[in-house]
Design a protein around this ligand. Structure first.
Ligand code: ZN
Length: 371
């Protein structure tokens, strides 16, 4: 599994990430299929929308239906009828947001499904992801909530490194690549050390963890710059949980290749529409009699076939079809943004593209349009 870089523009780069289930054009966005499905969509829908790769959650699938069940039903691709590449996260993010007990061996928590006590170690996280059969597994890391004192952040970062080493040793499958996770909070020296030492372990790609947790744009930019400076050029760089337009543009400008986020799909289920002119709520009364599409510049099925008035009616009455159609639009918006970024990088105009995209959204928002 390798990353072929095809174009560079400043620090931004565009290329192709090859996996056993196909190629992913980068920079790429992965829709999130938490429990083995992107809510309201199926595998065929995702293919129609032009998604290249999806993310699924180790934590949820190991508890329900169980990784062994997924394995016995042919693995995650077969199970969810998605034939493209899949990345599974390590489960760490979900586990640490519960009231988890962390020790050197791993982390213990209570299942959100039935309250039973579950243990996740770096080795178990690898075994579970190998059962799921994703193309890319992610090593289990230690998360700390920010802001936190430097010694706390450093201890978590050091333990993450020890867990990364154990994860590497636990690997059995040769058709699955593994990404290590860089931690270190917003402290540039800790980030640099974490990135350099994780890179020494020789992962096939690197995730920047612990971002999008309330840090400022400047802090996040700096953390990404420091990390990217320590990572090998020919490996994928992935910021976990980042998926807003401005955030992804700023990260791509600093050399990031891969994203995932629940934002586009979760906002859709709340009636919030993403557009190049800014975001708005379809729930607002002014849309009740609108015959226009959600976004005049969008070519998705929702925008070509349905009016704002109809979609607002579906959302207001709680019809599942409404959530599905809005999800399809928001994913189309996000995937199109990635395509436009790739094009801008290839054509050597990424900086201008980023400035005009942000400017357009900001002016649209200040000129009203945001709910
Ligand atoms: Zn649309």
């Amino acid at each position: 599994m390798r990353l072929e870089i095809e174009a560079r523009d400043g620090m931004a780069r565009s290329g192709v990430f090859h996996t056993p289930h196909g190629a992913v054009a980068t920079p790429a966005f992965m829709p999130v299929g938490t429990r083995g499905t992107v809510k309201t969509l199926d595998g065929d829908d995702l293919a129609c929308l032009g998604a290249h790769m999806v993310l699924s959650n180790t934590y949820h699938l190991m508890l329900r239906p169980g990784a062994d069940v997924v394995r016995d039903l042919g693995g995650l691709h077969e199970f969810m009828n998605w034939r493209g590449p899949i990345l599974t996260d390590s489960g760490g993010y979900q586990v640490f947001s519960l009231d988890a007990k962390v020790s050197e061996s791993g982390v213990a928590f209570r299942s959100t499904y039935d309250g039973s006590r579950v243990e996740l170690t770096p080795e178990r996280a690898v075994a579970v992801q190998e059962d799921l059969g994703s193309d890319v597994a992610v090593a289990l890391d230690v998360l700390v909530g920010l802001p936190a004192a430097r010694p706390v952040v450093e201890a978590a970062m050091q333990r993450t490194l020890r867990w990364a080493e154990r994860s590497m040793l636990a690997r059995r499958r040769e058709d699955q690549s593994m990404f290590g996770i860089v931690q270190g909070g917003t402290d540039p020296s800790l980030r640099a050390e974490s990135a350099a030492r994780t890179a020494e372990l020789g992962f096939e790609g690197y995730a920047v963890g612990g971002l999008s947790v309330g840090e400022s744009d400047a802090e996040r930019d700096r953390a990404i710059e420091v990390v990217v400076g320590e990572l090998p050029e020919d490996r994928v760089r992935y910021t976990m949980g980042l998926g807003d337009t401005e955030g992804m543009l700023r990260a791509v400008a600093r050399g990031i290749d891969l994203f995932d986020c629940v934002l586009p799909t979760r906002l859709a289920r709340h009636g919030k529409i993403l557009t190049p002119e800014g975001d708005y709520s379809i729930r607002r009364a002014e849309h009740a009699r609108s015959n226009g599409p959600l976004d005049v510049s969008c070519g998705c099925r929702t925008c070509t076939s349905y009016s704002r008035g109809y979609l607002r009616h579906l959302v207001q009455t709680g019809e599942p079809t409404g959530l599905r159609l809005l999800t399809m639009h928001n994913l189309t918006y996000t995937l199109s943004l990635m395509g436009a970024m790739r094009e801008a990088i290839v054509e050597g105009r990424f900086e201008r593209f980023m400035a005009s995209t942000i400017e357009r959204r900001v002016s649209a928002v200040s000129g009203e349009s945001l709910a």
